[in-house]
Design a protein around this ligand. Structure first.
Ligand SMILES: [Fe+2]
Length: 244
């Protein structure tokens, strides 16, 4: 298993190919924030900017990349609570699925609402696809690049997003996970929204083998496991005060 330093080096090495995905952890709940971008132009999208805007801007400066888009996998505050603050420094579009905007009432300057299957070019050689993955929330998306998927709170390393929060639906999550499993090559690299697993990224093949939420034979078994000890329609907890 790579150490954090080795993983960071690995992430930086991906800058040498046409597209890059740079992962870093921020906040009290082990959120992963991503820069997904185009190596040639060093233009990137920041995915799920939360918790501390100066750290995000400093990381972009350190890597010498320019943030040209803000992407939201979903509307939970631990993924979007620094969008407004970032917009005070960078004037870029903010992308979210229209279904998630309708569900959450999220609004901000420069908001662009998307439909499932939409694509978004980043720089000259990178294109993302909005893959609708409901279950954690109604309008959750994963962002797909060739060979990679940024999964938000849909799929974690050996876990999946909770379905008991308001807007969650375990039956829908089961269908979403089955669809991803059937649609993507096993070597697809998965980039989760939280650092909840033993590794910071994984492959779909590893998850099909190891993730307990991909082992259930029936919908009923999945729902029973996912909702064990949970109460449907639980409100999100209040955001804690946090600074690095
Ligand atoms: Fe979430």
């Amino acid at each position: 298993m790579p150490t954090d330093d080795e993983q960071a080096a690995l992430n930086d090495r991906t800058m040498e190919s046409a597209s890059f995905i740079h992962q870093f952890e921020l906040g009290p709940w082990s959120n992963f924030i991503y820069f997904v971008g185009d190596t040639a132009t060093r233009s990137c999208a920041v995915v799920d900017p939360a918790w501390h805007a100066p750290t995000i801007l400093q990381e972009a400066e350190r890597l010498d990349v320019t943030i040209s888009h803000i992407l939201c996998t979903h509307s939970h505050f631990d993924h979007i609570n620094r969008v407004e603050e970032l917009l005070q420094s960078i004037d870029v579009p903010v992308h979210m699925l229209g279904l998630e905007v309708n569900f959450s009432g999220f609004s901000c300057e420069n908001l662009v609402q998307h439909a499932p299957g939409d694509t978004l070019p980043i720089g000259a050689h990178t294109e993302l696809t909005f893959v609708h993955t409901p279950g954690h929330t109604p309008g959750s998306v994963c962002y797909r690049l060739p060979g990679s998927l940024v999964t938000g709170d849909t799929l974690f390393v050996n876990g999946c997003g909770r379905c008991d929060f308001v807007g969650g639906d375990p039956e829908v999550m089961y269908q979403t996970l089955q669809r991803l499993r059937g649609a993507l090559p096993r070597e697809t690299r998965l980039y989760p929204g939280h650092n909840y697993g033993a590794t910071r990224t994984t492959s779909l093949g590893e998850q099909v083998r190891d993730n307990p939420y991909l082992q259930h034979a029936t919908l009923e078994d999945f729902v029973a496991h996912r909702m064990q000890g949970k109460v449907p329609n639980t409100p999100l907890p209040a955001a804690p005060d946090w600074s690095p």
